[in-house]
Design a protein around this ligand. Structure first.
Ligand SMILES: CC(=O)N[C@H]1[C@@H](OP(=O)(O)OP(=O)(O)OC[C@H]2O[C@@H](n3ccc(=O)[nH]c3=O)[C@H](O)[C@@H]2O)O[C@H](CO)[C@@H](O)[C@@H]1O
Ligand SMILES: C=C(OP(=O)(O)O)C(=O)O
Length: 456
């Protein structure tokens, strides 16, 4: 297992980031325009979907982030030829050699992403077997895969847990199934979709997640030849088909990156135009942003976010599955809430341990207490289980520079924002982890006028 530092360096290096730490002279508003590419949480799944096609697929707006690099490596190990297209950010996947690939090397390619588990359905269809190494992803809770394994068993897969990972086989092929998820898990919903599209017969999924990235994956699968119906009550029906072809698709924009830069504009008294952001996938975020006092303007080619110049308001936020307030938006926004006049509450109901990042903010002068009770709203799955999953943020508190270490992807971005809004210099280490999900974040900070130096 990598140490956090090695992990961070590996992510950074994978996308050409040769530094591990950044010293920021805070207190300067971020101003300017940046451009988004496709969503990390869609692009990586779209890449897996390419394995299901009999012909090549073309994906546009693929960001240069380390999670994409990891999935590209996995595809190559499985015999998918991946080449860059003519347009910047375009990748072409040719899956015609999947059957003849030898994937002894797979463990080395697992990296620290959660995507390997989604290869199960496509590989079982094509090869009758799959091997899944240990998964990575952000350390923000236990992150079990019980729903995934249960779903695969329902389709007829035989699941064997080995010390090195999970081996699966489907000697009799995969058959459509009736599935009900205990919680609308994004990954488990994608698992059902990627398995059911080529399973024999009809699959009915109840309790599905309906995040925009899932809807875009459904768009892709439909382009490939799948038959998928989405009802309004979290029920998805899939009629299995015998053959799928490749797709050509421009990935949905990264709404999590958009929300992160919006929070950066608010926390630094700045004004950022986020090119490529769209209103409809961000409705819930925009409502909260407005309640805090943030200003925004919707344009055809993006959304402009800026600080109002007057005091920010405290808010109550409960993170939730879509269409609720996305958990990945919480960490960057908390930094802006340290500057609101009054007491804000954030109740995290999706992950049990997503407040590790606040220790650094407290060291920088923020007043934040974390509690194990479900504060402010409804009781959630974590209320009785001693997890510190609610936060009380009292503001405004002046942040001052400090030496801080990035704990995870969104926590890392929130640390960058804190350093940018603090008075005096801060050194933020392990910044490579941020490259898991933010393309060229150093270049974007430069474009927005941030004052920093990079260190090796
Ligand atoms: C690569 C990707 O798309 N990551 C996103 C995806 O993660 P991911 O797909 O891993 O998240 P899930 O929606 O599956 O997880 C939500 C909750 O369900 C629980 N759970 C999940 C699966 C399972 O088998 N058993 C189980 O108990 C998890 O521990 C968590 O408490 O959705 C999350 C929720 O919107 C986002 O924060 C992540 O950015
Ligand atoms: C939790 C996240 O990602 P992952 O599921 O890839 O760890 C995230 O994007 O904030």
């Amino acid at each position: 297992m990598n140490t956090l530092g090695e992990d961070a360096r590996n992510h950074g290096t994978a996308v050409g980031l040769s530094v591990d730490q950044i010293t920021i002279n805070g207190g300067k508003p971020l101003r300017g325009r940046i451009e988004l590419k496709g969503a990390k949480n869609l692009v990586t799944k779209a890449m897996v979907a390419a394995v299901l096609g009999e012909t090549p697929s073309v994906l546009k707006d693929v960001p240069n982030i380390s999670d994409v690099r990891i999935v590209r490596g996995l595809l190559e190990v499985h015999g998918v030829r991946v080449v860059e297209g003519l347009e910047e950010g375009e990748l072409i996947f040719d899956p015609s050699n999947v059957e003849s690939a030898h994937f002894a090397d797979i463990d080395a390619h697992a990296g620290s992403s959660r995507i390997p588990i989604l290869f199960c359905g496509p590989l079982l269809h094509r090869l009758g077997e799959a091997f899944i190494p240990d998964l990575g992803g952000c350390r923000i809770g236990d992150r079990p895969i019980d729903f995934h394994l249960e779903v695969l068993r329902k389709f007829g897969a035989i699941v064997e847990k080995l010390p090195s990972g999970i081996r699966m086989s489907a000697p009799n092929g995969l058959k459509g199934a009736k599935v009900e998820l205990p919680y609308p898990s994004v990954g488990a919903t994608e698992q059902v979709l990627l398995t059911a599209v080529r399973a024999e017969g009809i699959t009915e999924l109840k309790g599905a997640a309906i995040e925009p990235e899932i809807m875009d994956l459904i768009n892709i699968l439909q382009k490939m030849g799948a038959i998928i119906t989405v009802d309004t009550d979290r029920v998805i029906r899939i009629e299995g088909v015998e053959r799928l072809d490749g797709y050509t698709h421009r990935a949905l924009f990264d709404r999590n990156e958009a929300a992160s830069w919006a929070s950066a504009a608010l926390a630094t008294d700045g004004d950022i135009f986020v090119g490529g952001a769209r209103q409809s996938e961000m409705l819930t975020f925009l409502n909260v942003f407005r309640k805090v006092g943030g200003q925004f303007e919707i344009h055809d080619d993006g959304i402009r976010f800026w600080h109002p110049g007057t005091p920010l308001n405290p808010v109550f936020i409960e993170t939730d599955v879509h269409p609720g307030f996305m958990t990945d938006w919480q960490q960057p926004l908390v930094v802006a809430l340290t500057q609101a006049h009054g007491v804000s509450i954030v109740h995290e109901t999706v992950y049990e341990q997503r407040f590790g990042f606040v220790d650094a903010l407290v060291e920088m002068g923020a007043e934040i207490q974390v509690h194990k009770d479900c504060l402010g709203g409804q009781a959630c799955r974590f209320g009785q289980r001693n997890f510190q999953h609610s936060a009380i943020i009292s503001g405004p508190r002046k942040l001052h520079g400090a030496d801080i270490e990035v704990p995870d992807l969104r926590g890392g971005f929130s640390h960058l924002i804190a350093a940018l809004s603090a008075e005096g210099p801060s050194t933020v280490s392990n910044v490579g982890i941020i490259a898991r999900g933010y393309e060229n974040f150093i270049g974007k900070l430069q474009q927005l006028g941030a004052d920093f130096v990079l260190e090796g």
